[in-house]
Design a binder for this molecule. Sequence first.
Ligand code: ZN
Length: 317
Amino acid sequence: MTMRIVSFGGPGGEQPGVLVDDHTILPLAPVLAPFGLPATDITQILAVWPTARPLVAAALADPEHRIARAAVRLGPPVPRPGKVIAVGFNYPVHSHAVLGDVPAPTEPVLFLKLPGSVCGPYDPLIRPPETAALDYELELAVVIGRAGRRIAPGDALDHVAGYMIANDVTARDVVLGAGGTGSPLQMQLLRGKGFPSFCPTGPWLATPDELPDAEPLRLRLSVNGQARQDGWTSDMLFDVPALISSVSATTDLLPGDVILTGTPSGCGFALDPPAYLTDGDEIAGSITGLGEMRQRVMDERAVVRRPAVPTTPQELP
Ligand code: ZN
């Protein structure tokens, strides 16, 4: 049975839980703490998941300790990942839109998202004043459960804690750097993809039990109800096992690490004319089995306690 792991509570103070159903959360702290297991940090819980899981499964069958989903903010399923590694140019059509006619990469192109960019699935997307070209990239995110280095592709899925939706939000003009020429020495991927709120994740982390190979899953994103992205993870140049193997050749993968697997075509910059995100736009992104996230764009200068997107269960798929 797939479990849907969530976090709930205010930014920075999220607690881990598991969805009992679409409307109800089981907090993990009262389930795991009595057994001396880590109970408040999902990264630590994932590291002992084989032990924790049967306890959680038993608690799901027991009506104690329930919280109404509508009563709390859902945060990022992994609020403080050790690292967020993103993969560029993993869907050929998107790559062509960015790069034009150049040969496909022979190994995954990696970059980092700053941990401070991670936010919840319904939090506002804050548009900083540095950009006039704010864009979305809907992506399948893989969360690592078991540590490893130089993981063979055939073993890679044993290291997966689960999957979730991510939006690799990108300030295209900031990425291109001063002058906007896109020359390699001016590329600013970390800046252009690293602002606060530029990595919404969730609403939940689905354990892989019913998503054994993460393929093929359908990814769809709309802006203000208008369809923009509609792709399949089977179109990835490098699949999830290949990505895990490749990333782990460079660095240890640890529980709670997140890998963003690239975005299909349909980003705003590639439309004719380009359509960038502006204050008030509402983005909805969904992936098969992983629910739907929603962000409302708010100019950083205008962030004055305007409400985030409503998250009543009735509005959620
Ligand atoms: Zn991306």
